[in-house]
Each structure stands twice: as C-alpha cells, then as structure tokens.
Write a protein that binds this ligand. Structure first.
Ligand SMILES: [Cu+2]
Length: 389
C-alpha cells in the first residue's frame, strides 16, 4: 500500500511537471524532424544539391531579400535578448525557402570552434566549400560556391571577403571556453553577451567584406555561422534552460516568452523548443570531428585540471562521476601544418571599435566578456591544460 501511494504520488508529480512544460510550450510536437549537419559531413551529392539550391536562391533574389531584412532590423536584433530568437527564426525562414527548391535541403552549421587556433586554415574556407579570402582592390571572392557572384543589396557589388589581420585572422574562441559559459551562465542576460560579444562578433569581423556589414547574409557563411550559434543556444537550453528568456528587449523593456520576435509577429515562445510547432529540426553532433569534443574533451578537462579550477570553470563537468576520468586521454587532433595542437591556449581576438560602434554595444559589457575569456585562458594555461583540439 505504501508503495502504491508513493508510486501514485510520483505519477501525480510527474503529471504536474508535464503540465507545466505543456503550458510553456503550447505547441504540438513535429510529426517529423530533420537534422542539420556539420558542413564538412555532407556527402558530395548533398553538397552538390546544396550548391544548386543556393544558386537558385541567388538567381531569384533571396540572398538580397535576407540581406535587406537583416540590415533593416539591425539595431533591434543585436545587443539585446532578441538576438537568439530573431536569428533562430531568420535562419529557419531561410532554410524553409531553400526547402521549397529541394525537399532534402537543410541548413548546415560550421563547427567554428574546432578551427579556433588558425581560422584561415579551415577546410570550410577552401575552394571545395565556401571559398577563401577576397582578391584585388575590391576583395572579390573568386572561388568556392559563391565565387564570382554579384550581390544585389544594397547595390550591385562583387561578393567580397576581407579576412582580418591582413588575411591571417587571429585565434577565435575555443570549444572549452564556449563549454565553460554554457555551464556557468544561468540567465539569458549572461548567456547572450557571452556569445554575441565573443564568437559571434569575431567570426563576422575576421571574415570581413560582406560579413562585416549590416547586410552580412549576402555571405552564406552568415547562415553557417548563425546555425552554429543557434546550436550553441540549443545546447545551453538542453542544460536545464529550455524556457529561459530574460534581459532587455530592443526598447529596454523586460523581454519575455510572450514578447514578439522583432519583425515577425509571433511570440518568442514559438521558437524556443526545437522539435515542436514549426521548429521541426534538430542538430547532429559532428560525425567527423566530434569525438574529441564530446568524450575526449571532457575527459581531458577532468584528467588535467585541479578540482578547484574544474569546478570554477566547468561546474557541471566537475559534478560528473569520476568514472569518466578512467577513459584514456584522447589522441591529439591533427592540426594544420606548422601549428602545434595541444600547446598552450592562445588569447581570442577582440571586437574592433568599429564593430562596437556599429552595433551601439555597451563598451563595459564587451570588456567584461573579453576579460572573462582572457581569465579563462590564463587559468587553463596556468593549470598546464593541454587541449585535444
Ligand atoms: Cu545578426
């Protein structure tokens, strides 16, 4: 009888927890869900199909339309809590247009953190994929899937990139650091600047050219980049933050799940939960390069960081049972020639003055994010941490 009562209590509690979740989500589960892959995991046939869709979208003016929209709403969708929901909806709309051309089209992501030591050496930035730096006075891109394109917004110009630091972008953000604030941040008011002023900004700046402008969706890297940013938000959401939405709206009022997404007349709650409503997609882990990140990276952290450093920067990992540490340390990932993978961690690039002014970011908030990232690098290097990435 006692057993029966407690089972019943558990059932009732379980049910009420479910009701709360339902009330928040308020949307039906998707009948089918497609998966967004890492770009480099596409098969040759999938990449050909993707290129064809993108060329058709360019021909029909969709690159120009999305560049226009992003530029038009620029000040409402950056520097406040609209950042994640707007860009999730925006990329999903883009992807939905692509799926009208080919039902098998999905928007891949670029696992940028894997290339953080030497971004210019990324396979993604080669002629096999999206192409490299622009050439000549106008920095026109001549290779990759957008090589030689003329973009229509704001007026006809060659599609351009202008890599930072004279063509050799300095390091951006390590997977360890991103993982660290995914574990530490408990509010959107913390998490949003931690991404927007770190990885989000330095990728835009270091790719340069069209990516440096309000009309950055002219470069398909914008979509690869924001799909990755969206994936990181989803990782954070899965870490007990599924419905966390707080901080300022663009007019400085408090944002909530019922606030409309800028431009879109739909509440933020409609995009919160992947696999529900019209958000019928999910993310694959990186089948090519993921292994070191998922198991190897975590065991590297557990094996090589002193307990106090681990709990300060990776509170969730620190709580994991010690059995994870019994895994053998991962083999070092192969690095670009001349780069010693597994050596000390470099400082990440900072945002430029121009970028901060263009977005009207609060300089003190940017400084806070950048100094946290540097403290992290110092702590890892002081602990003698050697990254498998
Ligand atoms: Cu944006």
């Amino acid at each position: 009888m006692k057993l029966f009562v407690s089972t019943l209590a558990a059932a009732v509690f379980g049910l009420s927890a479910l009701n709360t979740a339902d009330a928040q989500q308020n949307q039906p589960a998707c009948s089918s869900v497609y998966t967004r892959p890492e770009l480099l995991s596409l098969t040759p046939a999938q990449w050909t199909n993707t290129r064809n869709v993108l060329s058709a979208m360019q021909r029909d003016g969709w690159f120009g339309w999305f560049a226009y929209l992003h530029n038009q709403w620029f000040s409402q969708i950056h520097g406040n809590s609209q950042f994640f929901p707007f860009h999730r909806r925006f990329v999903h709309d883009w992807e939905s247009v692509g799926r009208r051309y080919s039902g098998s089209f999905v928007q891949p992501y670029w696992d940028e953190m894997r290339d953080y030591r030497v971004p210019a050496a990324s396979q993604v930035l080669t002629s096999n994929w999206v192409g490299g730096n622009g050439q000549g006075a106008n920095r026109c891109v001549t290779n990759g899937n957008q090589g030689g394109w003329t973009m229509s917004f704001p007026s006809n110009h060659c599609f351009s990139r202008n890599f930072g630091n004279n063509g050799n972008p300095t390091s951006w953000y390590s997977p360890e650091y991103i993982q660290s604030f995914i574990q530490r941040d408990t509010t959107m008011a913390q998490f949003r600047p931690d991404i927007e002023y770190s990885l989000h900004g330095v990728v835009h700046i270091n790719i340069g050219g069209d990516m440096l402008q309000g009309y950055s969706p002219n470069d398909w890297i914008f979509m690869l980049h924001h799909t990755n940013i969206d994936r990181l938000w989803w990782q954070w959401q899965l870490n007990n933050r599924m419905w966390t939405m707080d901080g300022p709206n663009f007019d400085n009022s408090a944002i909530s799940l019922d606030t409309n997404i800028a431009y879109y007349n739909q509440p933020i709650r409609s995009v919160m939960q992947l696999g529900y409503g019209s958000m019928c997609y999910q993310y694959a882990s990186n089948p090519i390069r993921r292994r070191a990140l998922d198991s190897g990276l975590e065991s590297a952290l557990i094996n090589s960081l002193p307990k106090d450093v681990l709990s300060a920067w990776f509170p969730d990992t620190a709580k994991k049972p010690a059995i994870v540490a019994l895994r053998p340390p991962p083999p070092l990932a192969s690095a670009a020639p001349g780069v010693s993978s597994g050596s000390g961690m470099p400082y990440p690039a900072k945002l430029t003055q121009q970028w901060i002014q263009m977005h009207k970011y609060n300089k003190a908030d940017v400084d806070k994010v950048e100094s946290d990232a540097r403290k992290f690098v110092d702590a890892m290097n002081k602990a003698g941490y050697r990254s498998p990435v």
